[in-house]
Ligand binder design. Structure first.
Ligand SMILES: NC(=O)c1ccc[n+]([C@@H]2O[C@H](COP(=O)([O-])OP(=O)(O)OC[C@H]3O[C@@H](n4cnc5c(N)ncnc54)[C@H](O)[C@@H]3O)[C@@H](O)[C@H]2O)c1
Length: 434
């Protein structure tokens, strides 16, 4: 089957490469010429484990190609995916659908054979209706259907998630479109990945509900962590104690500096806007957004506290900047607010991140980026472990302590055992453990 993927970012590129790996004939389209040029030269625009190899193998096999020209690329495609960005609209938090509708307009003007237009971008309820209207009002006589197929992959584990999903959600109103989607996902169907067919609107809402629920789970355990610090509990024991209950589950119960990334912050905000528009408030999610926002700066204050309450003239080393390990994505990373809090308090900030420094440097020009963990900690008055990259999981404590100006370690990901860190001579603090 021929598939066109419009938008070759995290989702479009990973999905396109995986569909090609299933045996489909895939063209990934992007209007960013330099991105397409780099992809054609085998250079990945993002860091995602295994992606370069997957892309190379499928290009070599002749199943995957890249283009900036939508009109010629979509010819004969039975499924055309829209995988462009839907960032928060400045000012009101609504999902900005400009890119999605621009693609719909281009498709309206260029489809020539029957096709299913599949929205993979995360879009508010009713967007599929609008995409359908745009295409229909263009007066096209070509048969088409608009389907919702939200993506649940996680950056850093995207290929595994795409190929072995917990479920595939497809919101389609027409039976023939469901048939095309079954073909698209047939290899996964054979692997018995559950495919859930729903209405288009339910499917659109499922994506937001899933992200809001996960954001709630993280925020819940973060507040339990704060309480643990007050009452003398250990949040990891609490998380394990509740997570072993099958009704709760152990995932997403890791206390930390608050959720960030390209999805949760913008998707929770967009859900609030939808709820407001429809007069059906989601108060729980409202609270989650507020609590998480204030948490990121609170983590900066935690570092200042570890410095004795005054950060002026102190040097703080941050280990990790990306919102999670195994990605170079800096969108809404908690490190941004932590850095700002430290700079506001007069600290000098040095950082090392295995993959995120290029993107981070553009966002936080005041931070001095260095090329290794040990270069970062040199002369530091405090080290804050912000992102739990594997590279930070087995620090040579003696070496770190020897290089630092003062042995203060703030572990915002609870990577280390407090007793061990303290016996190595660190003034150690973490999240939800005393
Ligand atoms: N990143 C994730 O982990 C993730 C996971 C699930 C869902 N999503 C959703 O998937 C969507 C895409 O996210 P992303 O992270 O891949 O975004 P991204 O910003 O990495 O990629 C979007 C790409 O679309 C391209 N684009 C924009 N307008 C275009 C047009 N008219 N024609 C062709 N290309 C165009 C951009 O140049 C860019 O390369 C969003 O709605 C997001 O919420 C993302």
């Amino acid at each position: 089957m021929k598939i066109a993927m419009v938008g070759s970012g995290y989702v479009g590129l990973v999905s396109g490469a995986c569909f090609a790996d299933f045996g489909h004939d895939v063209v990934c389209i992007d209007k960013d010429e330099s991105k397409i040029e780099r992809l054609r030269a085998g250079v990945m625009p993002i860091y995602e484990p295994g992606l370069a190899e997957l892309v190379a193998a499928n290009v070599k096999a002749g199943r995957l190609s890249f283009s900036t020209d939508l009109a010629s690329s979509i010819e004969g495609a039975q499924a055309i995916f829209i995988a462009v960005g839907t960032p928060s609209r400045r000012g009101d938090g609504h999902a900005d659908l400009t890119y999605v509708y621009a693609v719909a307009q281009e498709l309206a003007a260029n489809i020539t054979t029957p096709t299913v237009v599949v929205t993979k971008s995360t879009v508010p309820v009713g967007t599929g209706d609008e995409v359908e209207r745009i295409i229909r009002e263009s007066g096209t006589e070509v048969q088409f259907a608009v389907v919702s197929n939200p993506e649940f992959l996680r950056e850093g584990a995207a290929i595994g998630d795409f190929k072995r999903p917990d479920r595939i959600v497809i919101g389609a109103e027409e039976e023939w479109a469901r048939g095309v989607m079954r073909e698209v996902y047939r290899p996964l169907f054979l692997n018995r990945a559950p495919i859930l067919f729903t209405s288009r609107r339910s499917s659109e809402l499922i994506k937001y509900a899933a992200n809001a629920f996960l954001a709630t789970k993280i925020t819940f355990i973060n507040e339990m962590a704060d309480l643990c610090e007050k009452v003398g509990g250990d949040v990891q024991d609490v998380a394990r104690g509740i997570g072993l209950d099958n009704r709760i589950g152990s995932k997403f119960l890791h206390a930390g500096p608050g959720y960030g990334g390209s999805c949760f912050p913008k998707d929770t905000l967009a859900l609030l806007k939808t709820a407001e528009d429809y007069g059906s408030p989601v108060r729980l999610v409202e609270a989650v957004v507020k609590v998480n926002d204030s948490r990121k700066r609170a983590m900066g204050r935690k570092v200042i506290e570890a410095l004795g309450g005054d950060a002026r003239g102190k040097r703080v080393a941050l280990l990790g900047l990306t919102f999670k390990p195994n990605t170079d994505d800096m969108r809404d990373a908690p490190s941004i607010a932590i850095v700002q809090t430290l700079l506001d308090a007069g600290a000098e900030v040095v950082a090392y991140d295995p993959e995120g420094m290029e993107a981070a440097a553009a966002i936080m020009p005041e931070v001095k980026m260095v090329s290794s963990t040990y270069a970062a900690v040199e002369g530091a008055d405090a080290v804050a472990l912000v992102t739990e990259w594997d590279a930070f999981r087995a620090l040579d404590f003696a070496r770190v302590k020897g290089l630092m100006n003062a042995p203060v370690l703030v572990d915002l990901r609870n990577v280390y055992d407090p007793a061990e860190a303290r016996s190595a001579g660190f003034a150690y603090s973490s999240v939800g453990r005393v």
